[in-house]
Design a protein around this ligand. Structure first.
Ligand SMILES: Cc1ncc(C[n+]2csc(CCOP(=O)(O)OP(=O)(O)O)c2C)c(N)n1
Length: 359
């Protein structure tokens, strides 16, 4: 039995294009991206790093609610999202607010989501649902959305994100199996940042890789260096290509790390991680690596980066102001948004609150 497992595991080598020094180590796999695309990828990663820093500060000031830090995971999040088209459907997890923003959700609404305001969950014409808090629940939904696309003959995909912890949930297996059985154009991205809150990935599964879990579902599985934005982009683009060509879903495991705490709710990473490990991962930083690559091609400079940082700060400031200016959420909003038709008891409550709120 051991041999069977080893045979499977040995097939999952980590796919990489740029090494830690920003050197191309796999020219054959280099995606076809214009200089502008490459710069845009960097711009998004820099912007997102700033957004993360500002969001943490705003949370500490009591101006944001729920927030799950993203620093370290930019290549996994934005490299994969860059392969998506606007018409593709995004089903993010709670840490995946950056993808949602780049998919079209205005930043002020992302801030409202963080505050638990209903308007932060109104996606409008953005092809996405709100970030899922229930671990793994978005995986089965993705299989369904993707199957719907297939049935309507659309050349689009449904893309979802979860973490290594999400890959330990029953929904993960159900969703992948269902999507595989129906050849649904789904892409399941597991950002393996090594910890489900404080539980290390080694304690969550006997499997050496998460990517190999695709095998049992009969779908394609890829493990990719999640700190290498080009490799993540290429793996997702290939998965998308296969999906719209009718070749079914793909599971992508990105090897990454979150520098910060799990959320701003108070976990202390020093209680479950050692500094040496953190330092090792910071050496793999996706921004440092990609910056070196771009500078070697004369496509990036300190000046350009500072411009992006200043713009990001301005936009974030304007967005938080806009979020502050939204009307406060009312109980009547909650009731009317949750129900198309109100049962009698809620009609009564509605009347009661209408009166209270009018005072
Ligand atoms: C069904 C369910 N069980 C437990 C939780 C509590 N919980 C919130 S985050 C989390 C860990 C998830 O870790 P992982 O999937 O690796 O994602 P990461 O936070 O590292 O991005 C848990 C157990 C939850 N939200 N939903």
């Amino acid at each position: 039995m051991k041999r069977t497992i080893e045979n499977v595991e040995n097939q999952f080598e980590t796919f990489q294009i740029l090494n830690e020094d920003g050197e191309v180590v796999n020219q054959d796999a280099m995606p076809e991206l214009s200089d502008e695309d490459l710069q845009e990828l960097m711009r998004r990663m820099v912007y997102t790093r700033i957004l993360d820093q500002r969001s943490i500060a705003l949370n500490r000031q009591g101006r944001l609610g729920f927030y799950a830090p993203t620093a370290g995971q930019e290549a996994s999040q934005l490299g994969s999202h860059f392969a998506m088209e606007k018409e593709d459907f995004l089903l993010p997890g709670y840490r995946d607010v950056p993808q949602l923003i780049w998919h079209g959700l205005p930043l002020y609404q992302a801030f409202l989501f963080s505050r638990g305001h209903f308007h932060g969950n109104q996606m409008g014409d953005v092809n996405a649902v709100s970030p899922q808090i229930i671990i793994g629940a978005q995986i089965t939904q993705t299989a369904g959305v993707a199957l719907g696309m297939k049935k309507r003959g659309k050349k689009n995909v449904a893309v979802t994100y979860t973490g290594d912890g999400g890959a330990s949930q029953g929904d993960f297996y159900e969703g992948m199996n269902f999507a595989g059985a129906f050849g649904a154009p789904a892409i399941f991205i597991v950002q393996n940042n090594r910890y489900a809150i404080s539980v290390p990935v080694e304690k969550q599964s006997a499997a050496q890789t998460i990517a190999q879990k695709a095998v049992a579902a009969g779908i394609e599985g890829v493990q990719v260096d999640g700190m290498d934005v080009l490799a993540v982009y290429k793996a997702t683009q290939d998965a998308r290509e296969r999906a719209i060509n009718g070749e079914g879903p793909t599971l992508i495991e990105t090897l990454t790390y979150r520098y910060g705490p799990h959320t701003m709710a108070g976990d202390d990473p020093t209680r479950y991680r050692v500094e040496d490990e953190e330092n090792e991962w910071e050496k793999k930083d996706p921004l440092v690596r990609f910056r070196k690559f771009l500078e070697s091609k004369d496509l990036w400079s300190e000046e350009k980066e500072n411009e992006v940082i200043e713009n990001a700060k301005e936009e974030i400031k304007a967005a938080i102001k806009k979020a502050d200016e939204q009307p406060k959420q009312k109980v009547t909003d909650l009731i009317s948004l949750m129900h198309e038709e109100l049962p009698q008891n809620l009609q009564d409550q509605m009347e009661e609150y209408k009166e209270k709120e009018s005072k």
